[in-house]
Design a binder for this molecule. Structure first.
Ligand code: NAD
Length: 494
C-alpha cells in the first residue's frame, strides 16, 4: 500500500484530486514513490466544514468519557496492529532507519493515544466556594476545529501527538502533514477511521505549506492552530493565526547544547552524545547538536566520539543494522552540506565527515560529521543544521558553559552530564531552555510540557499543556440559596 491519497474528509478517502501533483520521493533511491495531488481550495473548505459539522452536531464531544477512551485505545491498538506497514512506509518516505521507526516512532504513536485516553479519565475541575452564598465551578470545554500542521522529520510520531491531544478533549481536527513525507500520516489517519473515530473528527489534507497549509490556518472556521516545524515558518503561521485571534502553539527549531563536565560518567555521556545527535539521522528538533565538553576530559572524549562516529553504519534505511540512513530530501542534503566549511577558517576544523557518503551511487547519504568550533558566534553554532552534524566546543568553567549553552536564539533542550549533584542542580537552574535532560539522552515524559523558549517555540505539548491548549475554560456561578437582590426601579415615592 502506498497510502497515496489527497485527503480524508468526513471519514471518506479521496484518492485523487484536481490540484497540483506533488512527487513523494524515496530518499534512498531518489525515485518517486508516488505522486499525490494537492488538496485544492475547495477540498480545504470541505475538510474544515466536515470538522465543524462533527464538532457542532456529531457524537464525539458529547460521548461519555469511557466511550471516548475506548475509541482512543482502539486507535492505539490499530497502530500497533499495523506496525510493520506503518514502519515500512515511514522508513521509505523519510530515510530514518527501520529499527528506529518501528521501536520508537510507531510505538510512540500508539502510546500517544493510550496516554491521552488515560489522561481524560483523570480529569479534575476547579470549584470555588469562598463566598458562602455561591458555588463557582470552572468547566473545560473543547475549543472546536483544530488545524494541525506537522513536519517531515518524524511524521507519525509528531502527527499522532497532535491528533491524540486534540481529539481526546473533544475537538475535531484537520491535519496537514509535510508534503515531503505524507505517506505514514495518510495511513495513520486511515487507521483511525477504521478504529472507530466518528466521521469528520479527524480529517486529512495533503498539500504544500504556502498553499494548502496557509489556507487551512487562515480559514474562518478553524479555531486553533498547532504547528511543529521550522522557526521562520512558525513566525508566518503565528502571524496568520494572530490575525484571526486563534490560539496557536509553536514547536520550532533547536540548537541544543550537550554539556559534558569533567565529572560526567564518561561512557554514559559518550553513548548519549552519539544518540542525541545521530538518532533519526540527526533530523531532530531536540538533537544535542552542540557538544560542549570541559577541558579536563575534552581530548579523550573528542577522540572517542570521533572514533565511534566514523564507525557508524551508514546504509539503506530498510536494512536492519543501519544506524544512519539518507537525509529526507536532496534539498535538505544540500542545506546540511552547506554548513561544511569549504576551506578551513580560523577556529573551525573538520574532525570527521563533511561530504556525501562514498559508496552510494544514489540517495541523500552524508558522512556523519563532527566539527570543532571555537566561537559560539560561528554560524555552525547559531543556525539549525538538522542533520548528522555535531559541533564540538571546549570550555573551562561552568560559567563559560552556561554562556555558550544559552548563547543562541534557540532554547529547546539542554543536556547536562555530571556525577556531581551540585553541578547538575546549578546547571538546570542556569540553563535557558524549556527542557533540561540531566544525565540522560532524550527522555520524553508526556505528562510534562514539551516546548521551547525564544525561537524554539511558543506554548507546549504534553498532558496538562495539551489540556490547557485544547480546552477553553468556562466559569459558572450558581447561588446556593435564593438571593436577596436590590430592587431597581422600586424606590419609595417613585
Ligand atoms: P517547515 O517549517 O518547512 O514545514 C513544516 C510544516 O509546515 C509542513 O507541513 C509545511 O507544509 C507547513 N507549512 C510551511 N509553510 C506554511 C504556511 N505558510 N502555512 C501553513 N503551513 C505551512 O519544517 P520542516 O522542514 O518540515 O521541519 C523541520 C523543522 O521542524 C526543524 O526546524 C525542526 O527543528 C522543527 N521541529 C520542531 C519540533 C519541536 O517539537 N520543537 C519537532 C520536530 C521538528
Amino acid at each position: 500500500m502506498t497510502s497515496a491519497i489527497s485527503a480524508i474528509i468526513d471519514g471518506k478517502i479521496i484518492p485523487t484530486a484536481a490540484g497540483a501533483p506533488i512527487p513523494v520521493i524515496d530518499p534512498a533511491s531518489e525515485e518517486t514513490i508516488v505522486e499525490i495531488a494537492e488538496a485544492e481550495p475547495a477540498l480545504v473548505d470541505r475538510a474544515v466544514a466536515s470538522a465543524r459539522r462533527a464538532f457542532e452536531t456529531g457524537p464525539w464531544r458529547r460521548m461519555d468519557v469511557e466511550s471516548r477512551q475506548a475509541v482512543l485505545r482502539a486507535c492505539a491498538d490499530a497502530i500497533d496492529g499495523a506496525t510493520d506497514e506503518l514502519a515500512a512506509l515511514e522508513c521509505a518516505n523519510t530515510g530514518i532507519p527501520i529499527g528506529q521507526v518501528r521501536d520508537r516512532q510507531v510505538a510512540r504513536s500508539a502510546y500517544n493515544f493510550r496516554f491521552f485516553a488515560d489522561y481524560i479519565g483523570q480529569a479534575t475541575a476547579e470549584l470555588y466556594e469562598q463566598d458562602p452564598n455561591y458555588l463557582t465551578f470552572v468547566r473545560r470545554e473543547p475549543v472546536g476545529v483544530a488545524a494541525l500542521i506537522s513536519p517531515w522529520n518524524a511524521p507519525i510520531a509528531l502527527g499522532s501527538m497532535k491528533i491524540a491531544s486534540a481529539i481526546a478533549f473533544g475537538n475535531s481536527c484537520v491535519i496537514k502533514p509535510a508534503e515531503q513525507a505524507p505517506l505514514g500520516v495518510n495511513l495513520l489517519v486511515e487507521l483511525l477511521q477504521k478504529a472507530g473515530v466518528p466521521a469528520g473528527v479527524v480529517n486529512l489534507l495533503n498539500g504544500r505549506g504556502a498553499t494548502t497549509g496557509d489556507q487551512l490556518v487562515r480559514h474562518d472556521d478553524v479555531d486553533l492552530v498547532s504547528f511543529t516545524g521550522g522557526t521562520a515558518t512558525g513566525r508566518a503561521i503565528m502571524a496568520a493565526a494572530g490575525a484571526g485571534l486563534k490560539p496557536a502553539t509553536m514547536e520550532l527549531g533547536g540548537k541544543s547544547a550537550n554539556i559534558i563536565f569533567d565529572t560526567a560518567d564518561f561512557d554514559q555521556a559518550l553513548d548519549a552524545a552519539l544518540l542525541s545527535i545521530f538518532t533519526t539521522n540527526g533530523q531532530q528538533c531536540l538533537a544535542g547538536s552542540r557538544i560542549l565538553v570541559q577541558r579536563g576530559i575534552a581530548g579523550r572524549f573528542v577522540e572517542a566520539f570521533i572514533a565511534r562516529t566514523k564507525a557508524l553504519r551508514i546504509g539503506h534505511p530498510l536494512e536492519a543494522g543501519t544506524e544512519i540512513g539518507p537525509l529526507a530530501s536532496r534539498r535538505h542534503l544540500d542545506h546540511v552540506l552547506g554548513f561544511v566549511p569549504v576551506t578551513e577558517r580560523p577556529g573551525v576544523h573538520i574532525l570527521t565527515g563533511g561530504r556525501r557518503a562514498p559508496g552510494f551511487e544514489r540517495g541523500n547519504y552524508i558522512e556523519p560529521t563532527v566539527v570543532a568550533v571555537d566561537s559560539i558566534d560561528d554560524r555552525i553554532c547559531q543556525e539549525e543544521i538538522f542533520g548528522p552534524f555535531a559541533a564540538v566546543t571546549v570550555f573551562d568553567t561552568a560559567e563559560e558553559a552556561y554562556a555558550l549553552a544559552n548563547g543562541t536564539r534557540f532554547g529547546l533542550v539542554s543536556y547536562v552530564w555530571s556525577q556531581d549533584i551540585a553541578t547538575v542542580m546549578e546547571a538546570q537552574d542556569r540553563l535557558s531552555s524549556g527542557i533540561v535532560w540531566c544525565n540522560t539522552p532524550m527522555m520524553r515524559e508526556l505528562r510534562a510540557p514539551f516546548g521551547g523558549y525564544r525561537d524554539s517555540g511558543v506554548g507546549a505539548e504534553g498532558g496538562r499543556a495539551g489540556e490547557a491548549f485544547y480546552t477553553r475554560q468556562k466559569a459558572v456561578s450558581i447561588p446556593r440559596r435564593p438571593l436577596t437582590l436590590r430592587k431597581l426601579g422600586m424606590q419609595q415615592g417613585a
